[in-house]
Design a protein around this ligand. Structure first.
Ligand code: ADP
Ligand code: MG
Length: 676
């Protein structure tokens, strides 16, 4: 039923509703409140105290009057007096003269508003919400919903619209049709959809509200989880390229036991002949790339191509060097495919990819552009997955004639439950150990008064043959209107003036890839002492002699990002330091800085980050793969998420047996859920 079938909705209002995504009556009842106001307690006038917001009930005892206070022509006050059995009270509204005509003397109304003392020390209620008193009031005498209202709708008119839509649906019956099978509702003690929708808008009690919310959150998470299982099933049942010889080529170091464990997982997948679909999660520097190299070596040794896709040009180039160094002694060639190749280089790379069956391919997004044909892709590694959407992962795996094994690597420690959602279609291996000999990075938080001393610190580290990173949130001045933001270009000049004997260079995202690459090389070789940079160096770059990380405007960065940046140092055996510089004094910043100085545990920081910013911000936005939820809140609703996950598991495995109709009902809905 179209929204225009609702009374009071003409074309003009319909446009506003459609702009808010409300096209049908069904959409309207599924538009949930953002908050609630408890107006269930009705006070008497005698009970009112100044400063509090209360709901009262009273009869109008005289015609409302409108006055213009002297000297304020633009201000109209409309006043009315009401009484209940305990006393009388004056009400006042500002610039709403039409109210004079709304009220009828002798009628009883309900009012909700704040009371204060007027200049004669009498109580007065200011701009109260009003409604004729009845059994079924929408804005008082109950827990009242608060909506993010579409343009042109007041809370009151929108509440009335929701109420009307609920009534229409109740009459039609159909729109309350339950999409969760009875058996499931019983097993998980969930109320039916009709009760849930009625109580999510107009809760009869706290308990009814909790039950309604639980049911709707469950529904949302359950169907998402079912969709993920469907996805996982479809990728998992696929046959994969079987690899017989899983011996590896030696590295210059022994694997940590965590690395060995993960490599065993990979070898098992390879041997089974079922397509691998695996996430490797491990803190920065835990040796994920080393594991990927060995996985690639095995794939190539068994007659396949292997590809690794990096999120940035700099990182792709670094991988190209590292893979070449590792694989070339075994006669394996590594080609690079990025957006910055010359046409000739690109043609040559494409030709090799199309012709050489045993090849290591390293690149950026360029790997998944049209026109890249792989002759025999056996393994796809995606580095720093959270930077790519899930769709891109699938695009790459769709290339080539057969389905390659896939490995996804992420250094962002993601809380387990979130990993299940974001990567629900993947098996997960965790590297929870750092290679031996690493020192804990010492972390400090200071304000700008310490900047001079930090310059001395940079000098000292440089004299000892070490290097420093300085991270600024902006590239140049006036990039934003916020003048207090440190920017890379000015800071480079400032630092060069303060430390003339050092080689100081800047690095930022507006530079050409070649230029960035060259600077990173010079930094890694030790030629540059200090690198002033934006967060382009955040991901994966490895300079073992860098021991000092200074982060300017540290309040600008989320915990996970700060942790990632800190991971750029402490990659060798020398003691490393991270200095967070901020003048912000607010509680959130303080809590964040304290977390950073207290722990280096990435998983702990990730949990905190999630708690502070919510799931949406944790991953950036939805383009990083997390669906938008109508009601579920991934942080608050972890408990329901776990239940929904186990329910989906039970249905998927047949533990909870659904009748034929029930099964159809559920799976019909699953295909409708937009998959991440
Ligand atoms: P990640 O990709 O997880 O950030 P890398 O694989 O890049 O980590 O490893 C970081 C550094 O540690 C590299 O220089 C690598 O050669 C080295 N490394 C990896 N594994 C080990 C190990 N088991 N023992 C010693 N050094 C290691
Ligand atoms: Mg890495």
């Amino acid at each position: 039923m179209d929204i225009t079938t609702l009374s009071g909705i003409g074309e003009k209002r319909a446009i506003a509703l459609r702009a808010a995504g409300l096209n049908t009556v069904y959409d309207v009842i599924n538009y949930f409140p953002r908050d609630y106001d408890d107006r269930s307690q009705i006070k008497t006038i005698e009970e009112l105290v100044p400063g509090a917001v209360n709901t009262i009930r009273g009869a109008l005892i005289s015609e409302p009057i409108s006055v213009n206070p002297s000297g304020k022509r633009s201000l109209t006050l409309t006043k009315a007096v009401i009484e209940d059995v305990t006393g009388s009270l004056e009400l006042v509204w500002f610039n709403q003269p039409y109210l004079k005509k709304y009220f009828r003397v002798g009628r009883i109304y309900s009012f909700t508003g704040k009371v204060k003392l007027d200049f004669k020390n009498r109580l007065q209620m200011e701009s109260p919400d009003y409604e004729p008193f009845s059994e079924n009031m929408l804005s008082s005498g109950r827990i009242v919903p608060v909506y993010t209202t579409p343009k042109g709708f007041s809370q009151k008119t929108f509440r009335a619209l929701i109420n009307q839509a609920l009534g229409v649906c109740a009459k039609a019956g159909l729109s309350f049709h339950d999409n969760l099978p009875e058996s499931l509702r019983q097993a998980y003690e969930l109320c039916n959809r009709r009760d849930a929708l009625t109580n999510i808008h107009y809760p009869e009690s706290d308990d009814a509200f909790m039950a309604a919310r639980k049911r709707l959150v469950f529904e949302e998470l359950f169907f998402m989880q079912m969709a993920l299982f469907a996805l996982k099933g479809s990728t998992h049942l696929q046959p994969g390229i079987k690899m017989k010889d899983t011996s590896i080529a030696p590295l210059p170091f022994d694997l940590t036991s965590a690395q060995s464990r993960v490599l065993e997982d990979i070898k098992n997948d390879y041997r089974q002949g079922i397509r691998m679909n695996r996430l490797i999660q491990g803190d920065v520097g835990s040796g994920k790339t080393a594991v990927a190299m060995m996985a690639a070596y095995i794939a190539i040794n068994n007659g396949n191509q292997a590809a690794i896709m990096a999120p940035t040009e700099v990182l792709a180039q670094q991988h190209h060097k590292d893979f070449t160094k590792y694989l070339s002694p075994y006669g394996i060639e590594t080609v690079l495919l990025t957006g910055s190749l010359t046409p000739k280089e690109r043609r040559e790379a494409l030709a090799k990819i199309a012709e050489s069956p045993q090849l290591m391919i390293v690149g950026t997004h360029a790997l998944i552009q049209p026109g890249v044909e792989y002759i025999k892709l056996g393994l796809v590694v995606t580095d720093e997955q959270h930077r790519f959407g899930v769709n891109q992962r699938f695009m790459l795996t769709k290339k080539g004639q057969h389905l390659p094994h896939t490995l996804v690597m992420t250094a962002t420690p993601i809380p387990r439950t979130l990993a299940l959602i974001l990567y629900g279609d993947l098996d997960i291996s965790i590297i929870d150990e750092l290679p031996p000999g690493r020192q804990t990075i010492k972390t400090y938080c200071v304000d700008s008064r310490y900047r001079k001393r930090l310059h001395e610190f940079i000098r000292k580290e440089s004299q000892a043959g070490k290097q420093a990173y300085i991270i600024c949130p902006a590239i140049e001045e006036n990039e934003t209107s916020e003048t207090q933001l440190k920017n890379v270009l000015s800071y480079t000049a400032e630092l060069s003036a303060a430390l003339p004997e050092l080689s100081i260079t800047c690095l930022h995202g507006k530079m050409k890839p070649m230029e960035k690459q060259e600077i990173m090389e010079r930094f890694k070789s030790g030629e540059i002492n200090a690198l002033v940079s934006t967060t382009v160096i955040e991901v994966g770059v490895h300079a073992p002699d860098a021991t000092l990380m200074i982060i300017e405007n540290a309040e600008r960065f989320g915990l996970s990002q700060l942790h990632q940046l800190r991971g750029r140092v402490g990659r060798g055996t020398a003691q490393s330091y991270c200095v967070l510089l901020t003048d912000a004094k607010n509680q959130i910043t303080k809590a964040r800085m304290k977390a950073m100085t207290d722990t280096t545990d990435g998983f702990k920081l990730a949990e905190l980050d999630l708690a502070q910013r919510g799931a949406g911000d944790f991953f950036g936005t939805r383009q990083h793969g997390l669906p938008d939820f109508a009601i579920a809140n991934l942080y608050r609703d972890m408990d329901i998420l776990k239940i929904a996950q186990s329910a989906a598991q039970d249905v998927h495995s047949g533990e909870i047996a659904l009748s034929k109709e029930e099964g159809e009902m559920v799976y019909k809905k699953v295909t409708l859920v937009p998959i991440l």
